[in-house]
Design a protein around this ligand. Structure first.
Ligand code: CTP
Ligand code: MG
Length: 385
């Protein structure tokens, strides 16, 4: 089969999900839901073109999500899914593809075999849609009382998914004819137009991300995508100067001296930042936060860690564990250890049980033994996709 365009509908607001980003732009392991969906179609050999329909308000999110992909300019959708589909179909009039597949951007787990089943069936029919047989019992429930009205017969009931395949001209005409009838999928329009709609096997995994639970499920499905484990290590030293407090792991500690540095000299956070950047293969703290730049003067070092967290997120990386050793004669670290652990866990948004903080002295030997400063070393494992 040739000459098949996919319309990816991505103009919704994802209002049933609590995330502030529309669901199609939420990152799953560092990659936007919409990008995941598009990439699957882009590499399918029978797909000629992928046309995305977005909301005008999401232009910025869109550009970021599809960076580097070879796609025609997106077109703007309407208030409802149905309107977005129609706008997409009308736009394709220039190209007049023979076949069109209409797909929800919010189904990023669609697979090539499923697409093949739809396309193969479409080659001998008018319309083909994927579905899965209903296995749970189906009951009509009273909307107010939440009580069962009656049990329905689930025999021959299927849950319908996308992509839904049609002959382009036919579905365009049907959509235009039934513009005033509200339907929840494109096949319903084809049915109204009297086209026979064939159902092929869908796939449980091809679910639509609709609720927070779906998003959690999507993240779980992708957890085995985190396939590479990396180790990073970091080391830093700051000397003492006059003062009455210092910062370690973002925690203020009263002391008879302070630590000297361009920023707040939080030696432990600096070592940890280096360890995480090392694991990502992104150089060191000096490259990202140059000490010549005034913006980092007296900076709260938490900023360095927060930015590094963002870099981890962008690359779809997750922290495995962190192990920090603080080396000094004074101050005593033990009384502050719990607060330090919580502080790092909060900044990095990870569980405290992934963080270990140790302290040691150098038995009065060397510059640390003479109490001239504090050193810290950190190791971190990170999982990359
Ligand atoms: N969609 C669209 N234009 C709209 C509404 C929805 O293109 N006006 C798209 C969505 O982006 C989604 C697909 O249609 O990929 C399925 O719709 P749905 O799951 O309802 O998504 P949203 O409308 O974004 O979510 P919600 O209904 O929870 O607000
Ligand atoms: Mg909707």
């Amino acid at each position: 089969m040739t000459d098949c365009t996919v319309l990816v509908l991505a103009a919704g607001n994802g209002s049933r999900i609590s995330n502030s980003l529309p669901k199609q732009y939420i990152l799953l392991n560092g990659k936007a839901v919409l990008r995941r969906t598009i990439e699957i179609f882009l590499i399918h050999p029978a797909i000629t073109a992928v046309q995305v329909v977005i909301s005008k308000e999401h232009k910025k999110f869109y550009s970021k999500a599809i960076e580097g992909l070879d796609l025609p300019a997106p077109i703007y959708g309407g208030k409802t899914r149905q309107q977005s589909a129609l706008k997409g179909l009308v736009h394709l009039q220039e190209k007049q593809p023979k076949y069109v597949l209409i797909h929800d951007a919010a189904r990023p787990f669609v697979d090539h075999k499923l697409i093949d089943r739809v396309l193969n069936r479409l080659a001998t029919g008018k319309a083909a849609i994927p579905g899965i047989r209903l296995t749970d019992t189906l009951k009509r429930v009273h909307s107010e009382h939440r009580s069962v009205v009656f049990t329905m017969d689930r025999k021959d009931c299927w849950c319908i998914q996308t992509p839904q395949g049609f002959h382009y001209q036919e579905i365009l005409a049907a959509h235009a004819d039934f513009v005033n009838e509200e339907v929840s999928d494109d096949a319903a329009i084809a049915e109204r137009a009297g086209l026979e709609v064939a159902v092929v096997e869908g796939n449980e995994q091809n679910f639509k991300i609709t609720t927070d639970n779906d998003l959690e499920h999507a993240n779980k499905l992708l957890s085995n995508e985190l396939s590479e484990t990396r180790i990073g290590s970091g080391f830093d030293v700051h000397s003492f100067c006059e003062g009455d407090h210092l910062y370690l792991c973002g925690v203020k500690i009263n002391h008879d001296r302070a630590l000297k540095g361009h920023s707040d000299a939080d030696v432990a956070i600096h070592a940890l930042t280096d360890a995480l950047l090392g694991g990502l293969g992104l150089g060191d703290i000096g490259m990202h936060f140059p000490s010549e730049e005034d913006q980092w003067k007296n900076a709260n070092s938490k900023i360095f860690l927060e930015k590094t967290k963002h870099l981890l997120f962008e690359r779809g990386a997750k922290v495995g564990n962190i192990d920090i050793t603080i080396i000094c004669e004074t101050p005593k670290i033990n009384p502050h250890r719990k607060r330090m652990t919580s502080s790092l866990a909060e900044i990095l948004d990870i569980d405290t049980n992934r963080i270990n903080i140790k302290a040691t002295t150098t038995e009065k030997l060397g510059f640390l033994g003479r109490g001239e400063g504090i050193a810290a070393q950190a190791s971190a494992t990170i999982y990359l996709t």
